[in-house]
Design a binder for this molecule. Structure first.
Ligand SMILES: [Zn+2]
Ligand SMILES: [Zn+2]
Length: 318
């Protein structure tokens, strides 16, 4: 099974500016100063092995969208601006043979989680079928409001694909697109929902826009159950611990420390930090990952937790 991240930024897209690129080039040249490169492959090896990720890459700009692919079944979580890149990638890769059935699970209806849909080209193609699942009853209304005057030039009802909305009940398990799927209510303004996907003994949990209160034992144990034995946990770690406990308390997001605690208690194998703060630079996010790995390394029992941080384009095999 392959999980591909198309959008990993929280709240709003964050573009990479010319100034940021210049800083990256300058840092790369400073690190390379003492090197004598013999060939193009020497330069490639230098980039791969010696430059930090914040210099040679970027975590990206797009708002939340991930793809879970197992064979032909195509499942997505959230429809942020990353959905546009996903649709374009499919058309480029497959042309007319592009997949026709799409299953999109929505965490909630905040704009950063639905704003990619008007730019999702497969929704305009006759013969395609898009099913949107979520636990908010007003999904269909939210989609048609953003997809029409005065926000957008094309009305939702004029889209070519068959588009359906399916309202799920949290706590109930459904068989959808080859997966056993269970939704769980999360603490977020207007509520959000996490999804646990199970298939052939593999477990993936998508849990974004969710604030965990350390003082609430009930919240803690119910999420330990929900995350239990996950091969991959995609977790909202938008804030640092200080932010989460001070000015950004009750803003509906979590921090990396509670992510590590929950993942270790739940016996998760791989924790992936997600929904990045838009003001965080690539360098900040590199440091955030290193700090979180240090926290996770203090684990005394059980399987050592693998920790990564999502970037637009990252692929994880489960
Ligand atoms: Zn969000
Ligand atoms: Zn939100």
């Amino acid at each position: 099974m392959e999980i591909r991240f198309w959008g990993t930024r929280g709240s709003l897209p964050a573009s990479v500016t010319a100034k940021i690129i210049r800083q990256k080039v300058q840092s790369a040249l400073e690190i390379a100063q003492e090197k004598g490169f013999g060939s193009g492959s020497d330069i490639e090896a230098f980039i791969d092995n010696e430059l930090p990720f914040w210099v040679k890459g970027t975590y990206g700009a797009n708002t939340p969208c991930i793809e879970i692919r197992d064979g032909d079944d195509l499942v997505l979580c959230d429809a942020g601006s990353g959905l546009r890149d996903f649709g374009n990638h499919l058309l480029r890769s497959y042309g007319k043979a592009s997949p026709k059935d799409f299953h999109i699970f929505l965490s909630h209806l905040h704009w950063d989680h639905i704003q990619g849909f008007p730019f999702f080209i497969p929704a305009y193609v006759k013969g395609n079928c898009v099913t949107v699942y979520g636990c908010h009853k007003d999904m269909s209304k939210a989609f048609s409001v953003q997809h029409g005057s005065p926000f957008f030039p094309i009305n939702f009802k004029d889209l070519g694909a068959d588009i359906h909305f399916v309202v799920l009940s949290p706590g109930k398990t459904y068989d959808i697109a080859g997966f056993r799927v269970t939704a769980k209510e999360q603490n977020h303004p207007g509520k959000s929902y996490g999804y646990r996907f199970e298939r052939d003994g593999k477990i993936i949990v998508y849990s974004t826009d969710s604030e965990h209160k350390t003082e609430s034992d009930e919240d803690f144990s119910s999420f330990v159950d929900f995350f239990s034995s996950a091969d991959l946990l995609i977790f909202d770690a938008q804030y640092t611990l200080i932010d989460a406990w001070t000015i950004k308390e009750d803003w509906g997001h979590s921090n990396n420390l509670i992510g590590v605690e929950l993942a270790q208690k739940a016996g998760v194998k791989h924790l992936c930090l997600y929904h990045h703060e838009p003001v965080s630079s690539d360098k900040d996010l590199d440091r955030f990952l290193q700090g979180t790995r240090k926290l996770a390394s203090h684990q005394k029992e059980g399987v050592q937790l693998q920790v990564s941080i999502a970037w637009d384009g990252m692929v994880v095999e489960v």
